[in-house]
Design a protein around this ligand. Structure first.
Ligand SMILES: NC(=O)c1ccc[n+]([C@@H]2O[C@H](COP(=O)([O-])OP(=O)(O)OC[C@H]3O[C@@H](n4cnc5c(N)ncnc54)[C@H](O)[C@@H]3O)[C@@H](O)[C@H]2O)c1
Length: 315
């Protein structure tokens, strides 16, 4: 019998990387850039997709200078037509997609009732709809390849977050967007197995890791501009900056761990296994019909810092 944690079972796995095609959204920075570098090192052809053109150009130049076969495309993953165009361009250039990483994301914080319609639309648009569009555009094409070629192997990685497994206060919009990604990813995993597809699925759930995520506002579209910033939103931004920049693991390490998980057919990929105790506690709360335990239970200093910041008045 498989022990919990080793339970890859008979999951489909992509054993070969070299010569195959990786499509990565949010590829210009952070995890996406490191996943692109890691996939290129493994000999994959890379399709880099991102909304931020300058950073995308730099990433493309770096990978091609390193000898990778790569193409870059400006894509706003919140728009179905952009993601469909990405899939079409990928198949036109490379004729296939094997590893699809729906990774682009933005962070929005603040007390739930203070989050504006624009906050909800932007964060759910990128974090949740971006993954939905990625699955809808790529998986049918991958299944068609699998039907035509019995040796086809594919894998879909969706980037969620620890925020998709627990609910830290003052981060409601982000939590909602990421819980949806965990749900979608688990269901995708089950659906692919239901039809015995040679396509695996994984969900990446990082905790705080230094990337550009705390500066997400750089890519907020003008039509969803932030009108004003409440005290709780300022507190969330300050909290994210500290938590993210103080993270000790690197995005490169997490990217390696993710690519290893793809090769091994592992579904859950986490950056901080020691934080899984909070996931267990949440699950136990539900099963025991107990009210939600404070997710900062093990880190009371973080709760106090956040509480003080949320309650402070603008000066
Ligand atoms: N860094 C962390 O601590 C952390 C923790 C949990 C989850 N995550 C998730 O990791 C993923 C990658 O983020 P990161 O931490 O590398 O941050 P990052 O800001 O360094 O990278 C995110 C990339 O997504 C791109 N992007 C933003 N909006 C886009 C859009 N509409 N369409 C296409 N691309 C867009 C950005 O330009 C950027 O290149 C996100 O989904 C994020 O939510 C990060």
């Amino acid at each position: 019998m498989l022990a919990a944690g080793d339970a890859t079972g008979d999951a489909a796995r992509m054993k070969t990387f070299a010569g195959r095609v990786a499509v990565i959204t949010g590829a210009a920075s952070g995890f996406g850039l490191e996943l692109s570098r890691g996939a290129a090192k493994r000999g994959m052809k890379i399709v880099l997709a991102d909304v931020q053109n300058d950073a995308l150009g730099r990433a493309h130049a770096e990978l091609t200078a390193a000898g990778a076969e790569a193409m870059a495309m400006r894509v706003d993953v919140s728009h179905a037509a952009d993601v469909e165009a990405l899939a079409a361009a990928t198949f036109e250039r490379f004729g296939a997609a094997h590893l699809v990483v729906n990774n682009a994301g933005v962070a929005v914080g603040g007390l739930v009732w203070e989050s504006s319609l624009a906050d909800w639309q932007w964060a759910l648009g990128v974090n949740t709809w971006g993954v939905i569009h990625g699955v809808r555009a790529f998986v049918p094409r991958m299944l068609a390849l699998a039907k035509a070629d019995p040796s086809y192997e594919g894998h879909v990685v969706n980037t969620a977050s620890m925020a998709g497994l627990i609910n830290i206060p003052n981060t409601g919009v982000y939590n909602v967007s990421k819980h949806a990604v965990v749900s979608l990813s688990e269901t995708l995993y089950h659906d692919l197995r239901l039809i015995d597809a040679p396509i695996g699925a994984s969900v990446l759930c990082p905790y705080f890791v230094p990337t550009g995520i705390h500066e997400s506002e750089r890519n907020r579209p003008t039509e969803l501009a932030r009108e004003q910033q409440t005290t709780s939103q300022k507190a969330a931004e300050a909290f994210a900056r500290i938590a993210v920049t103080k993270g000790k693991l690197t995005a490169a390490e997490i990217a390696e761990r993710t690519l290893d998980a793809v090769a091994e057919g592992r579904f859950y990929v986490v950056s901080h296994p020691n934080a899984l105790g909070d996931v267990r506690t949440r699950a136990e709360d539900i099963v025991a019909l107990r009210n939600p335990t404070d997710p900062f239970g093990a880190r009371p200093e973080m709760r106090e810092m956040l509480r003080a910041a949320v309650r402070s008045h603008d000066t």
